[in-house]
Write a protein that binds this ligand. Sequence first.
Ligand SMILES: C[S@@+](CC[C@H](N)C(=O)[O-])C[C@H]1O[C@@H](n2cnc3c(N)ncnc32)[C@H](O)[C@@H]1O
Length: 409
Amino acid sequence: MEVNKIYETKILRYNNEGLGVGIIDNIVTFINNALIDEIVKVRISKIYKNYATGDLIEIIEKSSNRKTLKCPYFYECGGCNIMHIDYEKQLEFKKEKIASIFKKICGIDIKLKEVNSYNNLGYRNKVVFKVKNDKIGFYKPKTNQIVDIRECIISDKKINDCLLNLRTFIKKYNDNKISEIMVRVCDNNVMLSLDKINEKYKDKFIEEFNYINSIYINDKLVFGMPSLNQRLNNLVFNISPKSFFQVNPKATENLYNRVLEYANKSDISVDLYSGTGTITMLLSKKAKKVVGVEVVKEAVEDAKNNLKLNNIDNVEFICGKVEDKIEKLKNLNVDVLVLDPPRGGSDKKSLKSILEISPEKIIYISCNPVTLARDINLLKDKYELSDISAFDMFPQTYHVECVCLLNRR
Ligand SMILES: C[S@@+](CC[C@H](N)C(=O)[O-])C[C@H]1O[C@@H](n2cnc3c(N)ncnc32)[C@H](O)[C@@H]1O
């Protein structure tokens, strides 16, 4: 095999990131935008110790599962990665991916019925656009070059309406100094948060976007409401610019319902990595007392406001890192413990403490099956993986959200 040389190969499967896998000269080769069963021509881009990567040059035999693209930016933009695959096949890919990760990392054969799916376009409620002079969009993968986009079809219509006006503004005021704009939609209200702006355009920006419900510049509220309300699972959540909130509200609502089904009634529940306290508050319906732990101060403040907003009085929030605060929880008699860490998963110290706390049930929510399986591997001697559910929180991308129910053996 040689770099830059063109080879022909058949795509046998996908890797975890949805890249087509072919074997060329006995070397496993990952090929972007290639579908299973297709015969393709590939230009080798890099050869590593155990594998190679290649770019798709020509499709010799096309799969019937290849879709006509609705997004003109797909091949350039780094946002979506499997939009070229028929949506039903995307779900199949995610189901098989989860099963193979669990088999490989934990040696567990999981029984996953389906990947629950709701809306595969227009679902995203939050987007961070990159800006440079008069360009606005997303970075090309592995570069800081902006793909100038007019519409992002996986995002909420309100985000796209806003994008059109933002685009007009930055074209008109080319020396605007903005480098990043977050647009968030909660229950049809819109929040904008810019990292910076040329002082001479600040008032103009506020004037042109005075139909927006909340505008922040450089972390300071300059117009409208400090936070937005989002209704979900019969609760109201108050969300400020820095708070984490799931990006797909419909899938989230269903995921949270599954967490509640798994949780049952309890005396003391714990919600680790609690964000704005969404799951904590849901658990409060089924527990006498719930404790949430979250590192971001603003999210904890939102969470405390959310308690008042929903008249909940059996919840306590601890602000700090789980690994630092988990000791405190050992004195409680915790029966249900929920954890929903970021992509990197939890850490060994926290997982060891969870084993010492020894709750009857652990409910582990994760957007990364690899770190989920890695962490469950450390719990599996004491806990049985009783059920797993998957939710297509991020359609058109290779990502998938899982919820696992672990019962103490
Ligand atoms: C995937 S989010 C889950 C949020 C929440 N459960 C929800 O559904 O909205 C992960 C959260 O963990 C927080 N976080 C990250 N590292 C942490 C740590 N070491 N200790 C506590 N919280 C952490 C993040 O700020 C974020 O709010």
